[in-house]
Write a protein that binds this ligand. Sequence first.
Ligand code: SAM
Length: 426
Amino acid sequence: MFSDLKVFPNEKMGRTSRIRKRRVGSQRFRPLVIDSCPEFVELCKWMSANGWNATSKDCLKTKPAVFSDTGRGLMAMSNLAPNGLIVRIPKNLLITKEKAILQFPALQNFKMTTAECLTFFILISKINGLHSSYLSTLPKTFSVGGLCESQEVAVLPKVLQDKILCNQSYVVEKYQNLVVIWEKMFGPTLTLECFQWAWYCVNTRAVFYQDSDIFNMVGLENNMALAPYLDMFNHDPHVVVEAGFNKNSQCYEIRSSQKIKKHQQVFINYGPHDNQKLYLEYGFITQKNPHNVVEFGISHLFDVFPVHTVCFLPNRIALLKQLCKNGNLFYSEEGFSWNAQIALTLLSHDNSQLSRKGFSILEIIPDKYQIKVFGRKIVDALFVEFTESLNKMSLISGNTTSSFWVAKTLVKDILNVLNACVLDAE
Ligand SMILES: C[S@@+](CC[C@H](N)C(=O)[O-])C[C@H]1O[C@@H](n2cnc3c(N)ncnc32)[C@H](O)[C@@H]1O
């Protein structure tokens, strides 16, 4: 949009024209405050009636707004010093598993995780017109990876394809289990689309929260709660915040370590996630994400070490599989991960050493030369793979999902990371 502004290098700019230029530019990008939209008026009324103090002196005042780069989020209405409180939500406004069961006791008869219970809470409330002050503030659509259409998934790079397919079957399995319970409770069929909407409302917006002891079960799916209004903060990987339930105030609170300026967007930090994770779990990516990595698999190693040049002893393959677990083979701006370095060294390791009984990964010392030579080949192979994918993605036209659009920006972002590596090495 700035390119529409024609400023000629030789043109003398006086004070007035400078101010005019600044005004034109800032008007185009100025966030749109939306606190007077009916859904936010209702939300604030309902929250205030239930113990929320929106004008508390020791907490930053914020307003919902639409920002040109991140969409809907929250804007600071004053300056805040470091370690100041950015939000405080009383316990009785949190939607927890305990609360969902209190409201709909039938949920108790089924063994459900907290995420499943909260998904049901949203669906039952929606159907019965309950909690509409909160529900009407929830997004109507999502752009997470799991919502890509099958023809879109087919043109994505293999690593991303595998993750999305895995995620889709996980959500479908959840749906199939829960639809049985739903039919027992209510009768009418629950469509997969409705289930996905509620499931992603919970999973893109819930905060970490440990419910009372009776529900205390391990795992992320069990330690979550929905926090109205607080779930409007967007993510910035660079900000540092302290978030959690404060037993003294009986409120969920977030403090910002950095100072915040009036009229800035107020961000929180969802965790040290790379862009692929942000896309899969939340449906967006951020520019200059310091946690960015490019994952690869064993097949990429086999591509750079053709089978005829490496003796694929069962032991070598078993060790490689061990190194590959949990996405531990990756490249980032800092170079190859430790597991990737060991894997690259292991590929060219002596067979007699590998066949020795009791040989362990811990005995391998990274070989800088191997890592440089074969690592470069891996980066080149990934670059080709992602470029080919991007070309195929560009051929898909017509009505594509917003998930696919974000996938495209993710693939471009990964290509930038790989490109930086190639340029560094030159
Ligand atoms: C907890 S909600 C935050 C509020 C949300 N933007 C809204 O309108 O309700 C999380 C969702 O916000 C969006 N989001 C969060 N941080 C973002 C960012 N830095 N850029 C773009 N979208 C972001 C993503 O859609 C994500 O799933």
